[in-house]
Each structure stands twice: as structure tokens, then as C-alpha cells.
Write a protein that binds this ligand. Structure first.
Ligand SMILES: [Zn+2]
Ligand SMILES: [Zn+2]
Length: 322
């Protein structure tokens, strides 16, 4: 639109498609025209109340083209952006851990508008250029791939280890593709049998949730997004083993923590990862883009897109801007 407004999806109580003022880029920021964006479980959790009081434009998985920047060389470049906008000064930022900066804003999640809009403004230091070899849907998947790879930054997984992945949704599929590169023995438990086919190209055992018999695993990764699975995840972690939690939950799941103490289980919370690592991973390994895409909607149909993304078993729903 040329009148200083743009189409966007906002969440106050529920998601709705609307017209809002086009963002203005501040010094140090770039203005990006978003071309493709992805709905992630975090966005669905925001609708369910994971970020109390969230009121704005959600979305943090995207690719777009730079329209304005202080650095004119960036204009016209295809980019995505690291989602944590950090202060750059504090002890976390100085250690390269801006994603833990206490005063950070997070694109589409905390105090900063996201990518479910025609335009967005982000700090220039967050911008990551996308090489031509990476397709638009792949670029949208850089953020969740970085989140999947974060596990390998946090936990050492070796060839002799037995690993259990609970949950084979959008993030779970990417996690499987990163875990398998360690050479570990991987068991995947999922709800939807049709997804087992996409395991075909990785050497993992896929077990439908109803058929899974409890076992003892060196590492268990919980990626179902379902708090009811937590006790089972704990029970399947062997003494002195590691339980990795990848889901954020709205609400406070009741869970018995005693087995964690008795079995001396290491509990690892795992969230965002490094974009450069994800980009390198995508260039060096097969990443399952096609099997992950569920449906694509125009941005103006964002409400239907959210409804579709929330259906059980739905994979990645994309929002397209033409
Ligand atoms: Zn995400
Ligand atoms: Zn900081």
C-alpha cells in the first residue's frame, strides 16, 4: 500500500487480519519487505497466552527483501534476522549470548512487532543474508533449524548413545535431522503415522505413540509441546541421563520431579540457536523442507492460516506476501 499503511496480522485476544501503519525504520535498523513467513508453535502458544498481555504483530520465521538501511549495500538483499534483539553491552551480550540478554526484545514475541505483516523493522546487526542456494521456504526454516541445532551445542551426543525424540511435528522433524548427524541410535515417537514416511531418508526407528514401550535412553528430547508427556519423558531417561526440554507451555504443568532427583537426571532447557550454524547445516546436510510444509496462505488470510496451523498433526503453515 502506498498510503503509509500495510496489511498485518495482529494478536490481541485472537489473531486477526487488519491494516496498521507501516513501521518506520529507526537509525541502526533496516526496513524489510517480508515475502514469506512461517507459523511456529510459539505463535500458537502466544494465542493460548504463553506471553501474557501480548498485543501486536507476531511472527519470527521469515524471509524478505531489504528496502531501507543505513548501509546502502544491504538494500535489495534477501535476508532473514536473528530473533533476539540484544543490548550488546551486558555480560551475556559480551559472551556472545545476546539471546539471553535480560533487556532484549524478541521479534514477534517480546516487545517487538514480528513478521506477519508486509513490512518489519529490525536492528541491522540481526540481519542475516540468504545465499542464492537457499530457497525461500528453507530460509523461513533457518530459525527453527537453529533451535534444533541448539541441542547439539548444549549436550554432547556420541555414536554409542541411545536417544529418544518425543514429538515429530515441525520442530521434531528438524531435531531428528540434526540428531542423526551425531551417529547416535535414534528412536522417534510420534502421534501421526503418515509422518513416519518422512523418516525414510534418515536411519531412525519411528514408533507410533500408541505402540511405544517405555525404555531407558541416554538422552530424551521432549518436543511434543504437550505437558502431559513430561512424566513419560522423565521415566524414559536413564539414571545420570539427560532430558532436553524443547517445548514452551502456556500454564504450569503439574509434574512429579522426584525421579529427576532419585535418578540424578540432568535437565536441559533448550530454546533458540545460532543462525550461522543453521545456515551452514542447511548447506551441508539434507533438511526436510518439502515434507515439512503443510499449506501456504496469503497474509490477508492469516486467521485461516492460524486455524489450520492449530489443527492436530499440522506441519508448517506459511504466509505469503506478494
Ligand atoms: Zn519459531
Ligand atoms: Zn545485553
Amino acid at each position: 500500500m502506498t498510503d503509509g499503511t500495510m496489511a498485518a496480522c495482529i494478536i490481541d485476544d485472537t489473531p486477526r487480519a487488519t491494516i496498521v501503519p507501516k513501521p518506520r525504520r529507526r537509525a541502526g535498523e533496516v526496513l524489510i519487505r517480508v515475502t514469506l513467513a512461517g507459523i511456529c508453535n510459539t505463535d500458537l502458544e502466544i494465542v493460548r497466552g504463553y506471553v501474557p498481555g501480548f498485543n501486536g504483530i507476531p511472527g519470527h520465521e521469515f524471509v524478505g527483501v531489504v528496502e531501507e538501511a543505513d548501509d546502502s549495500r544491504l538494500v535489495g538483499k534477501r535476508v532473514t534476522a536473528e530473533i533476539n534483539c540484544a543490548c550488546g553491552q551486558c555480560e551475556y551480550c559480551r559472551a556472545g549470548l545476546g539471546r539471553h540478554c535480560p533487556t532484549r526484545t524478541v521479534i514477534g514475541i517480546i516487545n517487538r512487532d514480528g513478521c506477519f505483516a508486509e513490512y518489519m523493522a529490525v536492528p541491522q546487526e540481526n540481519v542475516v543474508e540468504i545465499p542464492d542456494t537457499i530457497s525461500a521456504p528453507q530460509a523461513v526454516l533457518i530459525e527453527p533449524t537453529a533451535a534444533a541445532l541448539e541441542i547439539l551445542d548444549q549436550v554432547t551426543i556420541g555414536k554409542t548413545m541411545n536417544v529418544l525424540l518425543l514429538g515429530y511435528g515441525k520442530l521434531g522433524m528438524l531435531i531428528a535431522h540434526t540428531l542423526i548427524t551425531t551417529g547416535c541410535t535414534l528412536t522417534i515417537v510420534g502421534k501421526h503415522p503418515r509422518k513416519s514416511r518422512s523418516c525414510g531418508n534418515i536411519p531412525a526407528h519411528y514408533v507410533p505413540a500408541d505402540d511405544f514401550v517405555d525404555g531407558q535412553f541416554d538422552v530424551v528430547v521432549e518436543a511434543t509441546g504437550n505437558p502431559a508427556v513430561l512424566e513419560r519423558a522423565i521415566a524414559n531417561t536413564k539414571p545420570r541421563g539427560t532430558l532436553v526440554l524443547k517445548s514452551t507451555y502456556a500454564g504450569n504443568p503439574p509434574v512429579n520431579l522426584s525421579p529427576i532427583v532419585v535418578n540424578e537426571i540432568t535437565l536441559v532447557g533448550s530454546r533458540c540457536g545460532r543462525f550461522e550454524a543453521a545456515l551452514a547445516f542447511m548447506q551441508n546436510h539434507y533438511t526436510p523442507v518439502e515434507p515439512l510444509i503443510h499449506k501456504t496462505f496469503p497474509l490477508t488470510d492469516a486467521v485461516q492460516a492460524f486455524t489450520e496451523a492449530a489443527k492436530p498433526g499440522a506441519l508448517k503453515v506459511l504466509l505469503k506476501n506478494e
